[in-house]
Design a protein around this ligand. Structure first.
Ligand SMILES: Cc1cc2nc3c(=O)[nH]c(=O)nc-3n(C[C@H](O)[C@H](O)[C@H](O)COP(=O)(O)OP(=O)(O)OC[C@H]3O[C@@H](n4cnc5c(N)ncnc54)[C@H](O)[C@@H]3O)c2cc1C
Length: 473
């Protein structure tokens, strides 16, 4: 791998002559902060961090790095869960933090152009007064950047209704490692003039170019949302209820699930009360949009009544105010953080065809119970999209190394099972460093050779986020 461990004096002199005085830092605290992401499993070791303010600065800096064979890691909000923004080998981190300007919302075209460092939630707030939103939404939205969302093709809690980030990016401005600035697709909805290059950069985790600006498509803000939290007997009922919800008198906006031990972890971590007195096998958070007419209310009551009568829903609660809706959402959104606080853990983020979920989960639980007894398994996720987050927690008293050895051995079985159900080893978090070994379970050698050909074409010296997603050998 072509990674520079040290920056020479000549390079540093050139940077200080050609860029603002606060452009580059080698402050140890900043190196530590900007050299890692949320995974926190890799020791950060960048040689510097740079903070451009404009696309032109990004372009000039990448040209300089290309001439000097210096590796660069693009960095957004550093909430990534695959190690994609980690700089552990002396690379220079290029942080988009200062590039956070947002242009005016265009209500006629329903678009907004923003710099890549704009924070996801800030974009939501910016669009709200126009009755519009960028419908990519998840728990880390208060820190993640638009550029990071685009580079990971982020999913989240609204995919069931809106789809992934890819669907909401109209145009991209990208800088290649050689400093070329590409304007891809402008603000066009229709443009059949050959290969849509914009799509190459969406989801490529900063390995092909640095996203500097994006024209985002916006959706109408939903008018009236109901948030429910349901308790069901077991996981298969989550799927039966999902089928009913698909036919329900409303538009589904989110359909999320957590198994009983995940709710227990949240209740413990947040110090809140469970919405239910009894324990149940699984829980569903469902958000729907519907008209507020008495007729629509009647149809909803009828739908709910029949499911309670059939015993499919064992218990349930409906938020009566925006505050209560937020509290119910918190029970789902705090799962990841609560598990992290509970014990050292190993994460997986897999996708299956929705119809396969029940047989898959049974088979997976059986593998853990028979081959890996003692590993506690916690499952939650975006069930409506077939996306399961599978976490194993280190049991008390087990040595960390032993736990990791067992968890990695379990991964091999898990990924084989995923492959046999035509699933994906990374539903939304990406591959980064963490899931590189797993990539072969979801992508064929032929696909990987196309990945490598694209990388060589766009980054011939392998300097941009080298060693992420795959090795170029
Ligand atoms: C509590 C929690 C919940 C989460 N929930 C979800 C969820 O529901 N769905 C989901 O999809 N993800 C989720 N994530 C993961 C993460 O938030 C997303 O992957 C997010 O899109 C990452 O954005 P970021 O700006 O933090 O990117 P970073 O972590 O900074 O970077 C991610 C990758 O993108 C590259 N990159 C960043 N900016 C650029 C740029 N401008 N140009 C080129 N490459 C760039 C980096 O090099 C890296 O490879 C969650 C994370 C946490 C901590």
């Amino acid at each position: 791998m072509n990674v520079s461990q040290h920056l020479n004096d000549g390079f540093l002199r050139e940077v200080s002559a050609k860029f603002p005085s606060d452009f580059l830092t080698q402050d140890p605290h900043e190196l530590e902060t900007y050299g890692k992401d949320w995974t926190k499993v890799y020791a950060p070791k960048p040689s510097a961090v740079v903070f451009p303010r404009t696309t032109e600065e990004v372009s000039r800096f990448l040209k300089l790095c290309f001439q000097n064979d210096i590796a660069v890691v693009p960095s957004g909000g550093r909430t990534g869960l695959a190690g994609g923004a980690v700089a552990a080998k002396g690379e220079v981190v290029l942080s988009l933090t200062r590039m956070n300007r947002m242009g005016p919302v265009d209500p006629m075209s329903q678009i907004v152009r923003v710099q890549a460092g704009a924070v996801t939630e800030a974009v939501h707030r910016h669009c709200e007064p126009h009755g519009l939103t960028w419908p990519v939404d998840f728990a880390s939205k208060g820190s993640s950047h638009i550029g990071g969302n685009i580079s990971t093709n982020a999913g989240g809690v609204k995919v069931i209704h809106y789809g992934m980030t890819r669907n909401w990016v109209l145009g991209l401005q990208v800088v290649t490692m050689q400093g070329d600035i590409l304007e891809l697709n402008g603000a066009l909805e229709k443009n059949n003039t050959g290969v849509d290059l914009r799509q190459l950069f969406i989801g490529s985790e900063g390995t092909l170019g640095i996203v500097t600006e994006a024209t985002l498509k916006l959706a109408r803000l939903p008018e009236h949302l109901d948030v429910f939290f349901f308790a069901v007997k077991e996981f298969k009922d989550v799927l039966t209820l999902f089928l009913e919800a698909r036919k329900g008198p409303f538009t589904l906006q989110a359909y999320e699930c957590l198994l009983h031990n995940c709710l227990e972890a949240v209740v413990w971590n947040l110090g809140v009360k469970s919405p239910f007195n009894d324990k149940h096998g699984a829980y569903v958070l469902m958000e729907v949009e519907r008209p507020t007419t008495p007729e629509a209310q009647g149809r909803l009551d009828e739908w709910l009544g029949s499911l309670f009568e059939r015993g499919l829903i064992q218990d349930g609660t409906l938020a009566q105010s925006p505050r209560e809706a937020k509290e119910l959402w918190m029970l789902r959104e705090a799962v990841a953080e609560s598990l992290t606080r509970k014990a050292f853990l190993h994460k997986n983020d897999i996708a299956l065809p929705v119809a396969e979920l029940n047989t898959f989960l049974d088979a997976m639980m059986n593998v853990f119970a028979t081959k890996y007894p003692g590993l506690d398994v916690y499952v939650f996720g975006h069930i409506g999209d077939g996306n399961l987050h599978v976490n194993t927690l280190k049991p008390e008293g087990m040595d960390r190394e032993e736990f990791l050895t067992r968890a990695h051995a379990a991964d091999e079985d898990l990924f084989e099972l995923v492959r046999s159900h035509q699933g994906s080893v990374s539903a939304e978090h990406g591959i980064g460093l963490l899931k590189k070994d797993a990539l072969k379970y979801s992508r064929t050698p032929e696909e990987l050779s196309i990945f490598k050909a694209m990388k060589r074409a766009l980054d011939p010296k392998n300097l941009l986020n080298p060693g992420k997603v795959f090795d170029l050998t």
